[in-house]
Design a binder for this molecule. Structure first.
Ligand SMILES: *Cc1c(COP(=O)(O)O)cnc(C)c1O
Length: 239
């Protein structure tokens, strides 16, 4: 086929489609202006409201908002109790943050192969990568398509591994009627400009375990147990 023939078959957009230019409408702009006028710019009541709404959407009580999905992944790996040098099996077909977060947590990334049809991590390849040092599996629901969570959960159970789901593309993803993020010990979401829902920059962790989220909140806040909003809020000053 000649280039000319191809061009007649492809419908071109009138305007260039910008990747990472979400619709920002009046309601969002008003919220930002209201935040600036409230005098409270850091993590505060609006973040708490967002956490509650997200928790309700994902049907879990245990959530923590953080500044990125990368932070969410790194803190999940730390809260999972993994030790320096432990191995985490993940996919090579992902954004580099997935693998970087494993390295930032002092762990060793091991790349399994993908299924060429789904583009997601292949469970049989995960099993081949398991060694005596493997402690966790980090599946990525690539482009919003769910990973084979039945097979991945079965492997995790068989070898006693943690699962940390990278849901950076998968806020609305479901697998067999269950929401992505409800399968693992932890699930991490991104609100960066190119993702499903945007806050400018931002991330969220959900976890099955209350104690793990409590640990993530402390790790995300320099080891402190109460953020400024709680320390200086209406309930009065607390150390
Ligand atoms: C974007 C992305 C991340 C990192 O998200 P940030 O919020 O930008 O840190 C992690 N994993 C995948 C698969 C991503 O696409």
């Amino acid at each position: 086929m000649t280039v000319e023939m191809e061009r007649t078959l492809i419908q071109f957009r009138e305007q260039f489609l910008v990747f990472g230019a979400p619709a920002i409408e009046d309601a969002e702009i008003e919220e930002v202006v209201a935040s600036m006028k409230s005098g409270w710019l850091g993590t505060g009541p609006k973040v708490a409201r967002f956490e509650q709404d997200f928790a309700a959407y994902k049907n879990t009580p245990h959530v923590a908002a953080v500044n990125s999905c990368t932070a969410a992944l790194q803190l999940s790996l730390l809260a999972a109790g993994l030790q320096s040098g432990d191995e985490v099996i993940t996919t090579p077909l992902t954004f580099c943050a997935t693998v970087n977060s494993i390295i930032h947590a002092g762990l060793r990334p091991v790349l399994a192969d993908i299924n060429p049809v789904t583009m997601n991590i292949a469970p049989d390849s995960i099993e081949k990568c398991i060694t005596s040092k493997t402690r966790a599996i980090l599946p990525v629901h690539f482009a919003g398509r769910p990973c084979d969570m039945d097979a991945i959960c079965a492997i995790a159970q068989k070898y006693n591994l943690k699962i940390i789901e990278d849901c950076a593309h998968a806020i609305e993803t479901e697998y067999k009627g269950k929401k992505a993020g409800s399968f693992g010990d932890f699930a991490c979401f991104s609100f960066y400009v190119t993702k499903n829902i945007v806050t400018g920059e931002g991330g969220m962790v959900i976890s099955r375990h209350k104690e793990d989220i409590a640990r993530i909140k402390i790790l995300a806040l320099h080891g402190m147990s109460k953020d400024a909003w709680k320390r200086f809020g209406d309930e009065g000053y607390k150390l």
